[in-house]
Design a protein around this ligand. Structure first.
Ligand SMILES: [Ca+2]
Ligand SMILES: [Ca+2]
Length: 289
């Protein structure tokens, strides 16, 4: 580095020292989280809304809350944009699958159950992400690719759709399936729905909340159901918390659901229970909190 460049560089560091120090602290905190495995893994059942069969579990990794990352969302928001995104994603994926396989060892009947894995699309799309890392992980844990559904959301990502399509197709060829997460929130545009052509659409909880009372939400959900039925896609309603929501979704013909009313995220793998919407005593809001 030339002298004048060095001086400029040092000036830059001095000028931005607060931001740089904060960044440094965040990185240190992420590394400490990984080193100490201070991450909890939860499994939430996904049920069919007609018979109440548990057909899948979504795996949720939640890092312990800390000063710099008070919520899980803040943690993922930072990691997604940071240079350690690949490393963190690989670590979390490994942890999630290892905990999942430990759990299902005791439940032989559920060995082939579907597993919904949240993956940051910018990680899958990263040129340095080796596509076989994920497939090798599955192999290690004796999970088959057609058991796996990758949940993708565009929440924070600037995705280059053209670059992304071949990546998705690669995983599809290997047998994995795709779920569009957080559908209806505005993060995932209609365009995303078209290019991703997912096997599952997960309708965000904000659309499900009190759906029985909101015409706009009903209209949007009906549109999604119509689109899904024409494109051979299955719909999963997320965040079902009340009997009245469940009952309305059943009437609409939504195939599958997830939410506190059906089964909370738990550190153990367990089957969800579909509440009886016809039982009058159940018509009252469940005390779920
Ligand atoms: Ca998800
Ligand atoms: Ca979701």
């Amino acid at each position: 580095m030339k002298n004048n460049q060095m001086k400029k560089f040092l000036d830059y560091i001095i000028e931005n020292k607060n931001t740089l120090y904060l960044e440094f602290q965040k990185r240190e905190e992420v590394q400490a989280l990984l080193n100490t495995e201070k991450v909890k893994t939860f499994f939430q059942p996904i049920l069919t809304l007609d018979k109440g069969t548990t057909i899948a579990y979504e795996i949720l990794n939640r890092p312990e809350s800390s000063t710099l990352f008070p919520t899980t969302d803040k943690f993922y928001e930072y990691v997604g944009k940071s240079s350690c995104a690949l490393q963190v994603e690989h670590f979390l994926c490994n942890l999630a699958l290892s905990r999942f396989t430990n759990q299902i060892k005791s439940l032989k009947a559920q060995k082939d159950i579907l597993v919904f894995l949240n993956i940051q699309p910018q990680v899958l799309g990263d040129v340095y992400y080796q596509r076989d890392i994920l497939l090798n992980l599955l192999d290690n844990y004796q999970l088959t690719p057609n058991q796996i559904v990758l949940e993708l959301t565009e929440r924070d990502a600037g995705i280059n759709h053209e670059q992304f399509i071949p990546i998705i197709e690669y995983y599809r060829e290997k047998g994995l399936r795709i779920a569009l997460d957080d559908a209806g929130t505005g993060y995932n545009s209609l365009q995303t729905l078209l290019y991703l052509n997912p096997e599952f659409i997960k309708i965000d909880k904000s659309l499900i909340r009190n759906i029985e009372e909101h015409h706009e939400k009903q209209n949007l959900v009906e549109l999604i159901i119509e689109f899904a039925s024409k494109s051979n896609t299955k719909v999963i309603a997320e965040g079902i918390e009340k009997i009245s929501e469940l009952s309305y979704l059943q009437q609409l013909g939504v195939e599958m659901g997830q939410g506190y009313a059906l089964g909370r995220p738990m550190p153990q793998v367990y089957k969800g229970i579909l509440p009886d919407t016809k039982n009058v005593a159940n018509q009252l809001t469940l005390d779920l909190y």
